[in-house]
Structure formats: structure tokens, C-alpha cells
Design a protein around this ligand. Structure first.
Ligand code: GTP
Ligand code: MG
Length: 234
């Protein structure tokens, strides 16, 4: 059973080494997809790749995009024959100690979503304003797309069976921000893959800055959801 952990990075120099070391403690392979971060994250990743053979890195030179970085990661996983593909953020919001739970659950379904909004979930250090905002956004997304029994459709802490990524046309997953995660989940749901949510503890980032400070990401996500619901063949 081959497992790959994909981590998109942009300016995560304070976080990346800590995260990588925790994932290596679990004896897993990981792929960092860095978007030419000006803060030197890519160089730290190169150093980690030199030290540990389980660490691989893609340096993207194209237009900066979290969504397309994730997609480069999925393509890498398919090319190198990984069976299970887990993705998580680099900013330590997603605790790697929870990875074994995902790997346990993926045996019985096709996609496992780490959810911030179900019984047993916790959010630590997040303002009530941000909690409410993401809760409302996810309510809109899941209701509009009629994805039953899923509450956190935009979560970036997930595990897929390779068949899911093989069957979805990855050329269509071409957004800049979280719209990519939403569309991928929607396509998987439409294709009838079994999706399960598990509770996670989500930690507000302590180091580095959020890249979601532009309203563009929210507009892109909400507009994509609208189109997925009402436009055919998107
Ligand atoms: N490769 C790549 N990674 C990105 C880009 N933007 C964000 N990321 C990474 O994607 C993950 C999520 O980004 P965050 O800025 O933490 O976004 P968020 O978690 O929705 O927002 P916060 O709650 O404010 O942290 C992190 O690992 C980032 O480093 C990008 O343009 N390119
Ligand atoms: Mg974050």
C-alpha cells in the first residue's frame, strides 16, 4: 500500500520543517509543491529532500496557484503509482498526528474528509468571526451542491483512493484557490464515490501569513459553486 502526502506551500518557512519531521515520524512519503516562495520555503524543502529520501519536491514556475499546485501533486501521485493520496496544509493547521485516522477510514470508503464541523471536531485559536464565516460558506456549498452528509466541503485535509483521481478529469480542476477542492469533491460525489467525514482539530496558524486575505478566493469559490449547481458540463 503506497501512500503519498501532498503539501502545497507558499511562504511557509517557519512551518515546513516541523511539519515534514512529524510526517516522517509516521514513516510516510511526502511531496511538497512549492510555488517559488520568495521567503525561501523551496530551499528549505530542497535541504529536507537531500536529508530524507521520502521527501520529494516540485518547484512550480508558472503563475502562483494553490489549486494548480494540488493538481500537480495529484498527477505526480498517479504517475508514481501511489494507492492513497492524502493532502494537508503546510501551516500546521492540520495536525499530522491525525493522519493514521484517515488511513484507517480510507479502507472503507473512497474519500475521507477531515471536518471542522461535526461532532468531535474542534477549532483552536480561531476567532468567532472566522469560524462563523467558514461555517456559513460551507453550509452554502454543501446545500447548493446537494452533497449529503458532508459539512466541510472545502476542507484541505483529505485522503483519496487513487481511483478517484484517475476517474475525475483533472484538466477540469483548474481554479486558483479552494474552488478546486470543492469541485474535486463534487465530481467525486457525482461519480458515486463513497465519501466519509471524520472530525479533526483545526489549529489557527501561528507562524506566517494566510494567503486567503484576498476576497477573490471567496468570490471564485462561491461563483464556482453556483455554476456547478446550475450550469451543465462545468
Ligand atoms: N503552492 C502553493 N501553495 C499555496 C498557495 N497559497 C496557499 N498555499 C498553501 O496552501 C495551504 C493553505 O493556505 P492558507 O494560506 O493556510 O489558507 P487557509 O488555511 O485557507 O487560510 P488560513 O486559515 O488563514 O490559514 C498552505 O499550505 C499554503 O502554504 C499558492 O499560491 N501556491
Ligand atoms: Mg491555513
Amino acid at each position: 500500500m503506497k501512500i503519498l502526502v501532498i503539501i502545497p506551500t507558499y511562504n511557509e518557512k517557519e512551518n515546513i520543517q516541523k511539519l515534514v519531521e512529524k510526517i516522517l515520524n509516521l514513516n510516510l512519503n511526502l511531496l511538497i509543491v512549492d510555488d517559488n516562495s520568495p521567503d525561501g520555503t523551496g530551499e528549505i524543502a530542497d535541504e529536507l529532500a537531500r536529508m530524507y529520501s521520502q521527501v520529494k519536491i516540485i518547484h512550480r514556475q508558472d503563475e502562483r496557484s494553490e489549486g494548480l499546485s494540488r493538481r500537480d501533486g495529484y498527477r505526480y501521485a498517479l504517475t508514481y503509482d501511489y494507492d492513497y493520496i492524502l493532502e494537508m496544509d503546510a501551516d500546521l493547521s492540520h495536525n499530522p498526528e491525525e493522519i493514521p485516522k484517515f488511513l484507517q477510514q480510507i479502507r472503507e470508503c473512497d474519500v475521507v474528509i477531515g471536518s471542522r464541523f461535526i461532532s468531535g471536531s474542534k477549532q483552536v485559536g480561531r476567532s468567532i468571526f472566522r469560524r462563523l464565516g467558514s461555517r456559513l460558506a460551507n453550509f452554502y456549498i454543501c446545500k447548493m451542491l446537494k452533497i449529503e452528509n458532508i459539512r466541510d466541503c472545502a476542507s484541505g485535509y483529505r485522503c483519496y483512493r487513487r481511483e478517484v483521481l484517475e476517474k475525475i478529469n483533472l484538466n477540469d480542476i483548474n481554479f486558483t484557490g479552494p474552488a478546486s477542492l470543492i469541485k474535486l469533491l463534487f465530481k467525486g460525489y457525482e461519480l458515486g464515490f463513497k465519501i466519509k467525514e471524520i472530525p479533526i482539530t483545526y489549529w489557527e496558524r501561528k507562524f506566517g501569513r494566510s494567503k486567503k486575505n484576498s476576497p477573490w478566493f471567496i468570490i471564485e469559490a462561491l461563483w464556482t459553486v453556483f455554476k456547478l449547481r446550475f450550469a451543465k458540463n462545468l
